[in-house]
Design a protein around this ligand. Structure first.
Ligand SMILES: CC(C)(COP(=O)(O)OP(=O)(O)OC[C@H]1O[C@@H](n2cnc3c(N)ncnc32)[C@H](O)[C@@H]1OP(=O)(O)O)[C@@H](O)C(=O)NCCC(=O)NCCS
Length: 217
């Protein structure tokens, strides 16, 4: 796969200001902007900025940002799953993970994150990928939003649906450890049947383990 990336953009008016949602953005372009100090959902803002600049340089990596004229106020990342995670087990070239999505509190609830998801899927090349997102409630900003896990889960589902990602079953132990956690999936139109089958296997690794155990009896 050549992981071709084609830039798209849109604008969105929020009560705070008009913002641009754009990407995939090159690391050299990211460096032109300020990274808002409240983008701290995953790690300190400066560290997260360095991380997303790094991802933009990965062959398959994609960063879509929401920004005012000069300040990034939201972003979403896509990259191959972490080599230590279950999702990288079969080294699927056409599997990418929505790793993080974040919008600063002042701009939340205005469709910015949904806009990030929509712009992500404007690139036709995304039809070649299976896109996953693993949702664990302990990563959610329940404190700032004051939402219950179930209301937060609704926000997650609406936002992900804007990019065509839908909840899908899995036997991943961490995901099934709490009913609000979930796996979200989007299978692009050009993904071959063989990859879809491999991905189905990946979602149910324990079932296969059980089958082989029974086979051994
Ligand atoms: C999750 C997050 C990215 C959502 O960003 P956002 O820009 O507020 O999302 P959107 O405005 O696109 O909201 C999606 C839907 O949820 C609704 N929503 C958002 N916040 C809401 C709230 N506090 N209460 C009720 N509904 C809410 C929106 O109205 C929208 O619904 P609609 O499609 O019916 O219009 C943001 O809250 C955030 O950055 N949280 C911290 C990081 C995080 O939890 N990331 C997810 C884990 S990777």
């Amino acid at each position: 796969m050549d992981h071709k990336k084609t830039y798209h953009s849109t604008t969105r008016d929020t009560s705070a200001s008009s913002i641009i949602i754009e990407g995939p953005v090159l690391s050299s372009d990211l460096k032109k902007y300020r990274f808002h100090e409240q983008l701290t959902a995953f790690r300190p803002a400066q560290k997260q900025f360095e991380a997303i600049i790094g991802i933009a340089n990965f062959t398959e990596g994609r960063i879509i940002i929401a920004r005012t004229e000069d300040t990034i106020i939201g972003y979403v990342t896509y990259l191959h799953p972490d080599p230590l995670e279950r999702w990288s087990k079969f080294n699927m070239e056409d599997l990418i993970e929505l790793g993080a999505v974040e919008v600063i509190p002042d701009y939340r609830g205005a469709g910015v994150a949904s806009g990030l998801l929509k712009v992500s899927m404007m690139d036709d090349y995304m039809e070649n990928y299976i896109v996953i997102s693993t949702e664990y409630y302990w990563h959610w900003d329940l404190e700032e939003t004051r939402l219950s896990v179930w209301d937060y889960r609704k926000v997650m589902e609406k936002m992900m649906a804007a990019g065509g990602l839908l909840p899908a079953p899995t036997d991943d132990p961490e995901i099934i450890s709490h009913p609000a956690n979930c796996l979200m999936v989007r299978i692009g139109k050009n993904v071959p049947e063989e990859s879809i089958k491999r991905f189905d296997k990946l979602r149910f690794l324990q079932r296969d383990q059980y089958r082989s155990m029974r086979g051994g009896l």
